[in-house]
Design a protein around this ligand. Structure first.
Ligand SMILES: [Zn+2]
Length: 287
């Protein structure tokens, strides 16, 4: 979710406006929207929101992330870090633009994506004779992904929807992704993502590491992770968990190191060069 989705001209309702109930099919969501409207100038933390539901409904809201998603179908709500204590807070900025977000993908750009990336789903390889193919934003628009060739790929309808659902479930980590994507190279993008997740106290899903590693020439996320660990000295551990036959892979950051002043790409290139030189001279000693 970003400021770009904001409907700037539309005045916000009073928090007590009964029209808010009509926006949402659910009283708890309406209450959440009211709370965020009331607290626009002093955005609440998730803990404060839970305390409020406890007060209003006699129970803490167990679906707080879903409620947030529902509020976000009508309002732009940013998750931001509060200056001072660094707590995550939820700031309601205004109405969301009525038209679904996003720039239309021109027929010409669609044709270019299909002709150069292949007329098949990039996740399962299915072709147009077996499924409806759609053009997908690799980095979602709501996280700052652009409607341009490099950020578009064909997906089948099923994988496109699956991916959208996966990202919707990660709405609250949008700022972490944004922070990672702002970095100029895959090492720093992966590293910043790991740091942002560690700060939130949660493991980093491998899918997001693959997403931020995207880079035309240096996209191999596993290799980048190895270099973060063995060249740059980071302590990262991985976890595999199997649920319903699906293996979830996550990475956990145990210790980060400051970025080398010469930049991660140069540090890795220097290491590789030294390693080759060492290898060559060892070979020489043996002969
Ligand atoms: Zn597919």
């Amino acid at each position: 979710m970003s400021r770009a989705e904001l409907d700037e001209g539309r005045a916000l309702p009073d928090p007590q406006d009964p029209g808010i109930d009509d926006l949402f099919g659910n009283r708890e969501t309406a209450e959440a929207a009211r709370f965020l409207l009331e607290r626009r100038d002093n955005p609440p933390t998730m803990a404060e929101w839970l305390a409020r539901s406890q007060q209003a409904f006699g129970k803490a809201n167990v679906h707080s992330q879903r409620r947030l998603r529902e509020v976000r179908s009508h309002f732009v709500v940013l998750s931001i870090r509060r200056t001072g204590d660094g707590e995550w807070v939820y700031q309601l900025l205004g109405w969301k633009k009525a038209a679904a977000s996003g720039v239309k993908i021109s027929p010409r750009l669609q044709a270019e994506v299909f002709s150069q990336k292949g007329r098949f789903c990039q996740m399962c390889g299915i072709g147009p004779d077996q499924a409806r193919l759609q053009i997908d934003h690799i980095v979602p628009e709501s996280w700052g992904g652009k409607t341009e060739f490099a950020n578009l790929e064909p997906l089948c309808e099923e994988h496109n929807h699956g991916k959208q659902a996966f990202f919707a479930s990660l709405d609250e980590v949008g700022p972490a992704i944004g922070r990672a994507l702002a970095r100029p190279n895959p090492w720093e993008r992966i590293g910043e993502l790991l740091i942002a997740f560690a700060e939130m106290g949660r493991p980093t899903p491998v899918e997001l590491i693959e997403l931020v590693a995207q880079d035309t020439h240096k996209g191999d996320p596993k290799k980048r992770l190895r270099e973060l660990r063995f060249v740059l000295g980071w302590n990262i551990t991985s976890h595999r968990k199997k649920t319903d036959g699906v293996t979830d892979v996550t990475y956990e950051l145990l210790e980060a190191k400051p970025w080398p002043p010469e930049g991660a790409p140069t540090a890795v290139a220097d290491y590789e060069r030294d390693r080759k030189r060492r290898k060559a001279s060892e070979g020489h000693d043996l002969s």
